[in-house]
Every structure is written in C-alpha cells, then in structure tokens.
Design a protein around this ligand. Structure first.
Ligand SMILES: Cc1cc2nc3c(=O)[nH]c(=O)nc-3n(C[C@H](O)[C@H](O)[C@H](O)COP(=O)(O)OP(=O)(O)OC[C@H]3O[C@@H](n4cnc5c(N)ncnc54)[C@H](O)[C@@H]3O)c2cc1C
Length: 463
C-alpha cells in the first residue's frame, strides 16, 4: 500500500487506522496458524466507512481483507498479499430482536454466543453453534456458512440468513433478501454472499431467523467396541426416523487422546463413542431418547448412559469438548480437514482413514458431527519433520479424493480459503471453477476483496 492510500484511509478512520508492527502481527493469522503481515489494520464502525474504504481500494488498488475474530480454519482472513485488514469487531451491536416476527437484525461483529444468549432470554433460539461460538462472529459465520453440533437437525448458518446488507467489491452498498419468512424475487443474492469467504462483499448487517427455544433436551453417551459399530449406529439412528439435535462421533484415536482427562470413566475396550442429543416437547423427548438407546444397543453398544440433569449433561459433553485442547498437547501442529460424506458411507470412510494412517505411518485423529456425515480429520504432525509433512500432504489429498469418490464434499463448514484452494476443481470441476470466477469478476471487478482465497493463483502451492 502506498502512502497516498494510507493518508486517504487516515481521513476515513483517524486513530482507528493502525500501521504499527505489533497490531499488524495480531491481525496476520487465523486458527490455521498461517501468517502473512498486512500493511495496516482498520476498525470501521459503520457501513459508510466500509464503503469509502472499498472505493479507495479500487482507486489505489490495494487488497482489503475482512476479518471477524480470526478463528477460521482455512486461512480466510489471512492477508496473503498484504493490504488492509478490515476488522469488523467494533460493528458489534444487536440492532433489534423482533419477538413477533422472530427476526434479529445484527451487525457483523456480534459474537455468536452473545446473539444466542440474547435470543434465549426471550425464549428464542438462534441454532448455529460452531464450537468457537464464544469468540467467533456472525460476519465470519456468514462468510464461512458455519455449522456446528446441531446442524444435523437445525441446519447451518445459511438456513438462518434471511437478508444482508453488504458492500460489494465495487464499493456499492447492496441490500439483499427479505425480512419475511419467505421471498423469491430475482436471483438469491443472499445465498451468493453466504459462504463467499469475504471475496464478493463485506457484510455490514444481517437479518437472521430465530425459532422458539426447545422445551427440553436429553443427552446420551454410548460407547462401542469399534468405529464400524459406532458408525453403523449413526446410520441406524437416522434410519429410525429420529433426528437428533446432536450426533457426535469420536473414534478410538480421539478417545485415546482424552481417556485420562475425560472426567468420566471410559470403558477400556471403547473404540468409538457417540454423543447424542434429542430435543423438543418433554413427552416426545423421553420416548425418542429411549429409542436412541435401544438403537445403540442393537448396534452393539457396550455401555449407554443418559444425563439426569444439566450437570450430568455437562459431564457427558466434557468428553467431546476436551478433544480439541488435548490434540494441541499431543502434537503442536495438526492439519485439520472437515470432509463430509453421505451418512451411509461413514463406516467406509472411517475404515479408509484407519488404513490410511497405517499406510502413511501417521497419527490421524477423527471425530466430528457424524449425524451430518461431517468428519474432522486431524493429521497430527511435529511440524519439523519434512518427510512426515510430505506424507501428511499426500494423506490429505487421498482423503479428498476418497471423499469426492464417495459422493461427499471436501469442506462441510471451514471453507476453502487458502488451505483447500488447490482442491477446489477436484470437487466442482473446471466449469464450476470458471463460473465461480466469472461471478467473482461481477461482484469485484478489480479483485480487491480477499485476493488469493478460494481460487489457486499462478504459482500458488498448498499453503
Ligand atoms: C476451537 C475452534 C472450533 C471451531 N469450531 C467450528 C465449528 O464447530 N463449526 C464451524 O463451522 N467452524 C468452526 N471453527 C472455525 C471458525 O470459528 C468459523 O469458521 C467462524 O465462522 C469464523 O468466524 P470469525 O469471526 O473468526 O471469522 P474469521 O476467521 O475472522 O474470518 C473467516 C472468513 O470470513 C470473512 N469475513 C469475516 N467477517 C466478514 C464480514 N463481515 N463480511 C464478509 N466476510 C467476512 C473473512 O474474510 C474470512 O474469509 C472453529 C474454530 C476454532 C478455532
């Protein structure tokens, strides 16, 4: 970025533009740990400031990288070509919660948990629940179309976005979608923007759908001897026509990481665990929980337990929640992929992953939202062994090939960013990539917004 660009930005932001090295370092990475320094960081407080920034960027041709909390798992908010990081954290107001129409209007910097709590106080539910909800933002959730534990029943962020206000790469402020339950007027620009990873527009306001908060919830933890039994039970539960609000799977590799610190006894022979929740009216929840337990036993569960109260529920969840922190202690570096396969192919996918780990001599830890076929495949590496890194990269490419061959998708919720850009074409084909690139040109003709993301650029290897 040249000095003229910086002084023009200073006029927009004053003290809210920071070029100090310390601040640039703070905004240079996300949860992938990949790091590229920006030239400056700005903190807008209004859509008009965002609009003026993008107009300037088109004049002076510098990259603008929108950023929420930087918790992304695909390098989406990392400024790979330098430029200006536009941190949306100060646009963090909940503008309204309309209890008659069940709609919330929020700014993009609102932390997801804050919105969920404000809705809950009113007996309302904003379902999207990424595990990062305590710090990630609604803007980041929209840009990544984030999911979470309850996606199996309630869907993902996309399903709750009714409309958006966004500044396009041209600097135009556009309002998309509706504030009503339905609407079908022209192309669905809202859906175009959701999941676009900050490459088409910068969200400055979101109109979100709320639903009534479920009356009650039952939590069940079941242990199985093998992945085969556990994943067959997943298919069996769904086959029973039960839709749990969470159906999480941990395989032996994940259980082994937390066995000691799980806070509850784990059977020695446990090779797979399912954490299952059903919610709704009291009477139906208790009957459904009973049927889930029966299904687990039918598929060979060696132990099935149900939480008696909120405290018990928390205890059961400790097992699942302790996996991510435990992984950091196992190995400093992990390659974290989030593939999805049709649920019925889960047994095959898990068997493939076990075989792959032994073939490539790697530790691969698998867990995830099995109810929607979403497996978090964590390839654990030291970060210092080059041969191990090469085997890990090969393993990841194999995982993607297998996923696509099984009719799945290479990312369920983390997006493409820089990490998966080299594999985009493997799933969507050359025509798919070409159509996407043409759309990008339409929204952002000068390539100002978040360059280097989603599409492989010349000479770009997997980062
Ligand atoms: C411990 C942990 C657990 C996680 N669990 C889950 C999970 O269960 N499910 C899941 O889906 N993800 C999960 N994630 C990934 C991550 O939290 C989500 O992708 C989240 O939505 C990112 O939000 P953020 O505010 O941190 O966005 P950032 O990481 O800052 O940005 C993500 C992308 O959004 C773009 N962006 C940000 N704000 C805007 C805006 N206003 N307008 C346009 N584009 C914007 C950025 O340019 C970038 O491309 C997890 C991450 C961690 C660290």
């Amino acid at each position: 970025m040249d000095n003229q660009a910086l002084s023009a930005l200073r006029e927009v932001f004053g003290e809210r533009l920071d070029t100090s090295r310390e601040q640039c370092i703070c905004y240079s990475y996300d949860a992938t740990g990949k790091m590229f320094l920006p030239d400056a960081v700005a903190f807008p407080t209004s859509a008009d400031e965002v609009r003026r920034t993008i107009l300037l960027a088109n004049e002076r041709l510098f990259p603008v990288i929108p950023r929420g909390a930087g918790s992304g798992f695909s390098g989406g908010s990392v400024p790979v070509q330098g430029g200006l990081v536009l941190s949306m954290e100060r646009m963090d107001r909940i503008l309204s919660i309309d209890e008659e129409n069940l709609v919330a209007v929020v700014e993009p910097g609102v932390v997801t948990e804050t919105l969920k709590e404000e809705a809950r106080k009113r007996g309302l539910f904003y379902p999207p629940d990424p595990a990062s909800l305590k710090f990630c933002t609604i803007g980041g959730n929209i840009a990544e179309c984030s999911g979470g534990m309850c996606a199996v029943k309630y869907g993902v962020t996309r399903d709750y976005v009714l409309g958006l206000e966004a500044v396009l790469g041209t600097g135009e402020l556009v309002r998309t979608g509706v504030v009503t339950v339905k609407g079908v007027v022209g192309y669905d620009l809202t859906r175009m923007l959701v999941g676009s990873e900050g490459t088409l527009g910068i969200v400055t306001k979101a109109v979100l759908k709320l639903i009534p908060y479920p009356e009650t919830i039952a939590t069940i933890l079941a242990f199985f001897r093998s992945n085969h039994d556990g994943s067959k039970a997943v298919v069996g539960i769904i086959g029973e026509r039960i839709t749990p609000c969470a159906l999480e799977l941990m395989d032996r590799t994940a259980i082994d990481c937390v066995r000691e610190n799980a806070g509850l006894p784990v059977p020695a022979e446990a090779g797979c665990a399912l954490l299952i929740e059903v919610d709704g009216p009291k009477e139906s929840v208790s009957a459904e929980a009973e049927r889930v337990e029966q299904a687990c036993r039918r598929y060979g569960a060696i132990e099935v337990g149900r939480a008696a109260d909120a405290e018990g529920r928390e205890r059961l969840w400790t097992l699942r929640r302790s996996i991510s922190p435990a992984l950091r202690q196992v190995n400093p570096v992990k390659i974290n992929e989030d593939i999805v396969v049709p649920r019925s192919r889960l047994p095959e996918m898990l068997a493939f992953l076990a075989d792959l780990a032994s073939r490539q001599n790697l530790r691969i830890v698998n867990f995830g939202h099995a109810g929607d076929g979403n497996v978090h495949v964590n390839v654990m590496i030291s970060g210092t062994d080059e041969d191990e890194r090469r085997r890990a990269d090969e393993a990841v490419a194999e995982v993607f090939r297998k996923t696509v061959a099984l009719g799945g998708t290479i990312s369920g919720e983390h997006g493409i960013g820089i990490s998966k850009a080299p594999f985009l074409e493997m799933e969507v084909g050359p025509l798919g990539v070409s159509v996407m690139k043409r759309l990008k040109t339409c929204f952002d003709p000068n390539g100002i917004l978040n360059p280097g993301k989603i599409f492989v650029e010349e000479g770009m290897a997997r980062r």
